[in-house]
Ligand binder design. Structure first.
Ligand code: TXA
Ligand code: ATP
Ligand code: FE2
Length: 583
């Protein structure tokens, strides 16, 4: 943003009636908020809308009068960037350049009130309207305040929980909750024990006095779910486990899950920058785990200050200013709200680059810091040693349990997959005490660096085969598939071999496509679990390929030929599930 800009932002997706002014010249943000506090239970959409109705005009007026003061201090605003037009009420230059508002996701009745207020203000002041995606705003405020160029973002808010990474002009959802948002999950537990809304801060305070208890830990690749852990937490409380202990176990487990998937997203995208967004991001323990995880892998971590984490109009104003500067405004007649507005639906008009080209050179001897393990590759000797290292961010009991279980299951499922005809590296040795597996070296690069339709089809067939045998891989990403030979669809690739091959090159005939890293796999006969496996792989294609669509079609086509049609039907369900519903 070269010219100086002032943008009014309005937010009201759920509980925060909020208005803000972002002033680009001083890079300062003034925020005025009025929170809705339910008398009992969780957020009631109708009550929340009534709150917005009363509070939005007031917070907007407070923000506008701040903008007027800024304009007056700037010498009555002779400054061209703020427009020479008279406002339609004849009161002189408008004190702002644009009105930005949260268009979604959120509660429909609340969104409509905010949108109406924003349209009216834009018309009265005769300035353009900017429609902002609330989730993208949670991310961009972190990128803005950290001055990171291309971070991964963990959005940990009430109604949502997802990982976003920028690729080809969109923020891609590379991982997300399969059921409720993280804050809503915590709030449901606190309602069960009779605490008032919001529950997050109360769990944080109670956890301080509690001891760790084991609760179900559910991650599937970069997706995760909270329903199992929430019912177990309620049961534990009903069975008389002290509430402080349940709170402690809840935080340790839920936040370790979020930290683990975030680390996997950093590893998959090759990014070394992380930003946190959303109201749950105010939690100290979550921030501590994320910052410890980042420090251990030399990544930079940034959490904006709390006023920018919880719902607030400051983030709407900041992103609104970037969008306005890029000419990304919306005519009033096209400014309808969208309660299910997903972040990946937004064309990112305000960023220039297409995202970092992922690196792909593979030296003969190397040590890979995977998300979970240190993998030492000795190509000459043909062996790979994978040691699951201690994750200090996790509670030691949970950490020991996960490493032990995953090492055992990984070795076992790799062998079982091979028995049903799926290429996997031969397991040479397993040491449960040091959580170490020694494998045969296979392939010469990760699928991520050599994506092609044929190889993706092979993965589709392999997944169908293991599902037919009654288990899932659990984390089938483009980094957990090893291939041989050239071929890539990724721009920015170096090396003559790959550039000669061009896009969609076929694998060398007869070269196997190996599945590795079965540590998150398990035995199951549920169609839902098989569909999740496909979903995880599909998401990783979206996150890593420059042209994912032909590859996604290839995955489905191959699975349709080799596997059970019901799994593909369920995949469509999984993808269609709206996750932005209020409580
Ligand atoms: C769509 C939008 O309206 C929605 N907004 C939202 O959920 O409000 P947000 O301010 O981002 O997050 C509120 C949640 O954040 C939790 N929370 C607040 N402080 C917390 C803390 N110290 N520890 C854990 N959770 C906390 C609350 O319990 C509540 O569930 C969203 O972003 O998903
Ligand atoms: N048997 C093998 N042969 C060749 N390379 C391998 C083998 N096993 C692992 N690698 C290499 O090491 C990398 C990390 O291995 P792996 O995925 O098992 O570790 P991880 O810590 O679980 O990683 P992540 O959780 O990020 O998937 C792989 O992406 C691959 O490049
Ligand atoms: Fe939010």
């Amino acid at each position: 943003m070269s010219d100086s800009l002032r943008v009014l932002g309005i937010e009201g997706t759920a509980w925060a009636a909020s208005a803000a002014v972002y002033d680009s010249e001083t890079d300062s943000t003034y925020i005025e908020s009025d929170a809705y506090q339910p008398e009992s239970g969780g957020i009631h959409p109708r009550e929340a809308a009534e709150h917005m109705h009363g509070a939005i005009p007031q917070v907007a007026e407070a923000a506008l009068s701040h903008a007027r003061e800024l304009a007056a201090a700037n010498g009555g605003d002779g400054d061209a960037a703020h427009g020479a037009d008279e406002a339609s009420d004849g009161s002189g230059d408008p004190p702002i350049d644009a009105v930005a508002f949260s268009r979604g996701p959120g509660l429909g009745p609340c969104l409509r009130i905010v949108a109406t207020a924003a349209r009216t203000l834009a018309q009265t002041l005769d300035v353009p309207l900017v429609g902002v995606n609330h989730m993208v705003a949670h991310l961009e405020i972190g990128r803005h305040t950290a001055d990171f160029s291309d971070p991964v973002c963990l959005n940990a808010s009430g109604a949502n929980a997802h990982l976003l990474a920028y690729r080809n002009g969109r923020y891609r959802v590379v991982g997300e909750t399969m059921d409720t948002g993280v804050g809503n999950a915590i709030d449901k537990f606190t309602r069960h024990v009779g605490w008032s809304h919001p529950g997050g801060p109360k769990v944080e305070a109670a956890a301080e006095d509690g001891e760790y208890v084991d609760l179900p830990y559910v991650v599937k690749g970069m997706d995760f779910s909270f329903s199992g852990i929430m019912s177990a937490a309620k049961d534990a409380y009903d069975d008389g486990v002290p509430v402080e202990d349940v709170c402690h176990g809840l935080q340790e487990t839920i936040f370790a899950m979020l930290t683990e998937v975030t680390e996997r997203a950093l590893s998959l995208t090759g990014s070394d920058e992380l930003v946190l967004g959303g109201g749950v991001g105010q939690n100290e323990r979550l921030r501590e785990m994320l910052s410890e995880m980042c420090a251990a892998r030399d990544a930079s971590f940034h959490a904006p200050e709390p006023r920018f984490l919880r719902d607030n109009a400051g983030m709407i104003a900041v992103l609104g200013a970037k969008m306005y500067a890029a000419g990304d405004t919306v005519p009033i007649e096209e400014s309808a709200v969208d309660p299910d507005f997903r972040p990946d639906e937004v064309p990112v008009s305000w960023r220039e680059n297409a995202g970092r080209p992922l690196v792909s050179q593979e030296p003969p001897e190397r040590t890979v810091d995977g998300a979970e393990a240190v993998v030492t590759v000795d190509r000459a000797a043909g062996v790979v040693t994978k040691r699951r290292i201690q994750k200090t961010y996790r509670h030691p009991t949970l950490d020991a349990r996960l490493r032990r279980e995953r090492t055992a299951i990984e070795a076992r499922l790799a062998s079982q997959a091979r028995r049903v005809g799926v290429p996997t590296p031969v397991v040479r040795d397993v040491d449960p005490y040091t959580s170490t597996i020694t494998y045969e070296y296979v392939g010469d690069r990760d699928l991520r660096d050599a994506l092609s339709v044929e190889r993706v089809r092979a993965v589709g067939r392999h997944l169908a085969a293991i599902h037919a045998a009654g288990f899932v891989h659990g984390d089938p990403t483009t980094r957990n598939v090893r291939v041989t030979g050239p071929g890539t669809d990724r721009p920015g690739q170096t090396g003559s071999e790959t550039s000669r091959a061009g896009s969609n090159a076929s694998p060398v005939d007869g070269e196997p496509t190996y599945l590795i890293d079965f540590g998150l796999g398990y035995h199951t006969d549920h169609v839902e679990d098989y569909a999740m496996d496909l979903h995880v792989f599909d998401q990783s294609l979206v996150g890593t390929a420059s042209e994912p669509e032909p590859l996604r079609a290839a995955l489905r086509g191959a699975y349709r030929e080799a596997g059970d049609e019901r799994v593909l039907d369920r995949l469509a369900d999984v993808e269609g599930r709206g996750r932005y519903v209020g409580e």
